[in-house]
Write a new protein. Structure first.
Length: 219
């Protein structure tokens, strides 16, 4: 799903091509804000991240800073919908948590004339970062926005197998790929991830990896 927020007003983007028809920033005429300074009020920013909390923090911060319009995309298909619809803007923040599709999405946004594309790196893995730069990212932001979160005490109770699974998750691998690599069933991998989620207090894959990285249990 793709949602947009314009000065506190939220809605769902539907249809294709609407972004171009409404002007350079894809903003409906009745929502085009006016400002004596004309600084950020007409700016459009895309926040594409599978982690809901990250999207919330970034969107809130951008709107508080005066950005006129923020588009949120929670999945790969949502970003693809934006590309097909022809919407463009001034800045796209795209998470490398989308795995192997991240480079393709970055390249697509650049080809679609988004002025700047910044990659959001939830882990310390350098390979996705290098891939993002090769795909045309203007820069990379590491870590999760907002205040430093507390590290769950149970992070030190992750087993060797759970850490092995989490390491492959950090590489952007799917459950099916992990199962084949470790000679496990997909159901067993899913069970490992469920236990990891209970210990770390989140079911978001990129957030799981970020917590393990901060705790120093995952290199």
């Amino acid at each position: 799903m793709v949602t947009q927020t314009v000065h506190g007003r939220s809605g769902t983007l539907t249809g294709q091509g609407g972004g171009q028809a409404d002007g350079p920033a894809g903003l409906p005429a009745q929502w085009r804000p006016r400002s004596s300074s004309g600084a950020l009020v007409a700016t459009t920013v895309l926040v594409a991240d599978p982690d809901r909390e990250t999207r919330r923090l970034l969107t809130s911060g951008l709107l508080d800073a005066g950005v006129g319009r923020v588009i949120e995309a929670e999945s790969i298909s949502a970003v693809d919908d934006i590309l097909r619809g022809g919407s463009t803007g001034h800045l796209a923040l795209l998470s490398l948590g989308f795995g192997s599709s991240a480079s393709r999405l970055i390249q697509g946004l650049r080809d679609a004339a988004w002025a700047r594309v910044i990659a959001l790196a939830p882990t310390a893995d350098t390979q996705p970062v290098l891939g993002a730069i090769r795909a045309g990212a203007c820069g990379v932001l590491r870590g999760r926005p907002g205040a430093e979160a507390e590290i769950p005490e149970l992070v030190n109770e992750l087993t060797a197998r759970e850490l092995e699974v989490l390491s492959l998750v950090a590489d952007g691998r799917t459950n099916k790929w992990i199962a084949a690599e470790l000679s496990l069933s997909a159901l067993t991998v899913k069970s490992h991830l469920a236990r990891i989620s209970r210990k770390l207090g989140t079911g978001d894959r990129s957030h799981l990896v970020a917590i393990a990285m901060r705790a120093g249990v995952l290199g």
